[in-house]
Design a protein around this ligand. Structure first.
Ligand code: N2P
Length: 346
């Protein structure tokens, strides 16, 4: 082989190693852990493009699943987006880092009513992402009576036409509220009654589901489902026969917020990501796509008035009169875990 050919092969080889080496050295990867169906993926691409930081994005279906993975500590996420009560537990257990709010100037756009809530009273650990309620979605072609109470989920007329949420706090909340108890009850007799109600309901339930509830309800596979309000917005958009109701006994008000797990390896980049999500154009784009309720006042103003004024996504204060936010139940959660296992094994 000619010397010049050998030299050019060698230089291509060296340039490749050099460039490859530079790329991997400079590029930080941010590990993000969020609920399924809970972000507009173009938002992630835009963050990567604007900052050069790569995002590795994983999803979970329940707070409990997220907790187990983060608590084991072998997955070092830089960002997680759990709900209120789970954040409270993670703060108590030292599983989340304090956020430096000097690096989150766009935090100013978050409505005050979502700041300093009970789960993070001094607001040092979390930034509100989305909020919403728990309610009943029903197909008005398949349900001909008024839907205003959790009781309808126990009506034998709807045998195998009811979908429940595969989430222990949510499903037990439905039963506790039906019985007019607090969804944060730590009373053995109340919890036992809620367990028995869910066991009694089992023959009527078609399935306990997660995000697949959307396809099933849009496709009219069931008449009634327990859902989160933001998903009801999406389902109503796809099938206008689907209506959402917050039952009169009361509901759960949730606030899903962004935290930095204490195992995070890229705190500066995580704060950059949080601030990016709170930027008005990004919060608007994301909320418009997901359909959940935004705590970002400027983003809300930019929404299509149909969504910004939707009673599903933005219920009137009187609809929330009996609403409760879940709180961390401390060690009493073991009782919830036990009854949940009993219910699911029936
Ligand atoms: C989105 C799940 C939202 C979580 N699929 C409600 N807390």
């Amino acid at each position: 082989m000619k010397k010049s050919v050998i030299l050019s092969i060698l230089s291509v080889f060296l340039i490749t190693i050099f460039l490859g080496g530079c790329g991997s050295k400079d590029q930080t990867t941010l590990n993000v852990y969020n609920w399924g169906d809970y972000i507009d993926s173009s938002v992630i691409k835009q963050f990567e493009k604007e900052t050069g930081i790569k995002v590795n994005y994983d999803t979970f279906a329940t707070n409990e699943e997220m907790y187990v993975k983060i608590n084991k500590g072998n997955a070092s996420y830089d960002i997680a987006i759990p709900s209120d009560y789970m954040i409270e537990k993670m703060i108590k257990e030292g599983l989340v880092e304090k956020i430096d709010f000097n690096n989150i100037p766009n935090y100013q756009y978050i409505e005050d009513r979502f700041k300093n809530l009970e789960f993070d009273p001094t607001n040092e650990y979390s930034v509100p992402y989305m909020w919403g309620t728990l309610g009943i979605l029903y197909n008005k072609k398949m349900v001909d009576e008024p839907v205003d109470s959790w009781d309808i989920l126990w009506n034998p007329k709807y045998e195998k036409q009811i979908l429940m949420l595969d989430s222990q706090r949510d499903s037990l909340a439905v039963a506790l509220k039906k019985l007019n108890y607090s969804m944060n009850s730590t009373n053995d007799a109340e919890l036992e009654a809620a367990k028995n109600a869910l066991i009694e309901q089992r023959p009527l339930v078609l399935a306990y589901v997660g995000d697949e509830v959307k396809d099933k309800m849009i496709g009219e596979e069931a008449a009634l489902a327990v859902v989160w309000g933001g998903d009801a917005v999406t389902m109503h958009r796809e099938n206008p026969d689907l209506e959402y109701v917050i039952p009169k006994e009361g509901t759960n008000l949730f606030v899903d917020s962004i935290v930095i797990p204490s195992t995070a390896k890229h705190k500066a980049e995580a704060e950059k990501f949080i601030d990016f999500l709170c930027r008005t154009d990004i919060a608007f784009k994301n909320t418009d796509y997901i359909g959940y309720s935004t705590p970002h006042m400027e983003a809300r103003k930019q929404l299509d008035p149909e969504l910004a004024n939707s009673p599903i996504a933005y219920p009137e204060p009187e609809d929330l009169e009996n609403a409760e936010i879940f709180i961390d139940l401390g060690t009493y959660i073991e009782q919830y875990n036990r009854v949940w296992t009993e219910i699911k094994s029936h």
